[in-house]
Ligand binder design. Structure first.
Ligand SMILES: [Zn+2]
Length: 481
């Protein structure tokens, strides 16, 4: 069967794909809606082709901007980054005048200028006055379109956990990046599963423990690292998902399903929880919805999260966006707002609430921040996650909010580097700048340890030893200069 493919751009962020038959009759449309979620429409008689077309949409989406990218970067030789200020995110120790040598995509040597031999023939890059950080992580991504790839890298995000996507789409996007046909961060896949009911999300559903087992196995067979439980899964199915996942060496994250509490979710086997609201909502709340910090129930919740080693991605940025006054300048949250693709500017500038309502929610948002700080101080594993937002930059915003909550800049940076690497059991290969690890790092024009906002000043991104220019990546993703 021969289909014609059309690409439409300029409507919303990125490209829309349309297929017709040879007579020009519409067969399929793959695009994104105004919230950035994927939208597919298909002539009913061809519905069986949808998984194949979703796969192709992912590949074509990447190819479209790859065609605009200038000649491929040469990744073969040895590279030495010389003179930068190297941050050890594990301890906060700083090495001035450092040397980091990269070979075959890995970090092969770390030392100081004058204190080590730079391999003969290495391409020497001088980075005096700049800070060298490990690549950042977004532990709550939804890779909804190909443009997220360059947008993430441009912001210094070299690894993401995709917290739920279409099966075929995320598989194809990951494959395309890993094979060098596309550009983007490393992707760890969390396979989403929901339960029955009108509010259910997506087409992967588990209504019985048997179906739960089958879903988990399918994800495991396709290289997923984790299962993401969504809001309509029933308690007995949550249990079955967690049991099977753990048996197969996967972890489980997710929403706490409707009708369950954080404690029930965790007792059923959930290792991680997305969104701080699930911790907040089981605390003792005052009539104005703020937290009653003196109530024993609030203390019990905190003790529970601590003693059960629950990993939490707070997504504070999501709540900041929901509670913001539409009267406040959006550049407070995102200083580079005006370089976002135009359709995204229109989308974000209208998010939030009227000023008088926003004023009422301020104490509640401060409480969410306080929960983050209290959990952090009690040793809970906090990982930085965004749930989308300003593509790439929302990771920076999340870290700024952690600092606003009371973490030090180093502690905030840890939530997007070494801590997620540990949480995903990948500490031996990534998460910090050490010999033997992936060469994923950022050359920063400033000092984020002093001022977290400097994390936005990424001059060069290194992923798997390949150097990328953020300006060029942003151009690929349709950002304005
Ligand atoms: Zn999400």
């Amino acid at each position: 069967m021969i289909l014609e493919r059309y690409v439409i751009s300029g409507l919303i962020w990125g490209n829309e794909l349309v297929w017709t038959d040879t007579k020009g009759e519409l067969i399929c449309l793959i695009t994104n809606d105004a919230e950035g979620d994927k939208l597919e429409m298909m002539r009913e008689e061809y519905e069986g082709l949808l998984p194949e077309l979703i796969t192709r949409a992912a590949g074509y989406g990447m190819e479209l901007f790859m065609a605009d990218a200038s000649k491929k970067v040469d990744n073969s030789g040895t590279i030495a980054l010389i003179g930068g200020k190297l941050v050890d995110v594990k301890t906060g120790a700083v090495t001035e005048h450092s040397v980091v040598v990269i070979e075959d995509g890995k970090i092969s040597k770390v030392g100081t200028v004058g204190g080590m031999m730079i391999p003969v023939g290495a391409k020497e890059i001088r980075i005096e006055g700049k800070t060298l950080l490990p690549g950042l992580w977004d532990m709550h991504s939804h890779f909804e379109q190909a443009e997220w790839g360059p947008a993430y890298l441009a912001a210094g995000v070299t690894t993401v956990r995709d917290c739920g996507n279409e099966f075929e789409y995320i598989n194809a996007v990951k494959r395309s990046i890993d094979e060098g046909k596309g550009v983007g961060p490393h992707i760890l896949k969390a396979g989403i599963v929901d339960g029955p009911g009108a509010l259910g999300l997506g087409i992967v559903r588990a209504n019985t423990p048997e179906e739960a087992v089958a879903v988990v196995r399918r994800y495991k067979d396709s290289g997923f690292a984790q299962i993401k439980i969504y809001s309509s899964v029933t308690p007995e199915v949550v249990k079955a998902i967690c049991e099977e996942a753990h048996k197969l060496g996967l972890t489980v994250t997710g929403h706490i399903p409707e009708g369950m509490t954080l404690m029930q979710g965790v007792d059923s086997g959930m290792d991680m929880v997305n969104h701080i609201q699930y911790v907040y909502s089981v605390m003792k709340l005052n009539t104005d919805r703020t937290v009653n910090w003196d109530d024993p129930k609030t203390k019990e919740v905190i003790d529970f999260v601590v003693s059960h080693h629950v990993v939490v991605d707070a997504t504070l940025g999501v709540f900041e966006m929901i509670f913001r006054s539409v009267k406040d300048p959006i550049t407070n949250m995102e200083p580079a707002f005006h370089s976002l693709p135009q359709p995204l500017q229109v989308l974000f500038v209208n998010m939030g609430m009227p000023a008088e309502n926003a004023e009422k929610f301020k104490p509640l948002f401060r409480d969410l921040e306080k929960i983050v700080k209290v959990l952090h101080d009690r040793g809970v594993t906090l990982v930085a996650g965004t749930d989308m937002g300003f593509p790439g930059w929302s990771v920076d915003r999340e870290l700024e909010l952690y600092v606003e909550a009371g973490l030090t800049p180093l502690e905030a940076l840890q939530t997007a580097t070494i801590i997620p690497a540990r949480a995903m059991k990948m500490e031996s290969e990534t998460g910090s700048i050490e010999v033997g690890k992936n060469a994923d790092m950022l050359i920063i024009d400033g000092d984020p340890l002093r001022q977290i906002r400097d994390v936005r000043k990424v001059r060069t991104v290194v992923k798997d030893g390949v150097l990328y220019d953020p300006g060029q990546l942003h151009k690929m993703a349709g950002f304005l200069p």
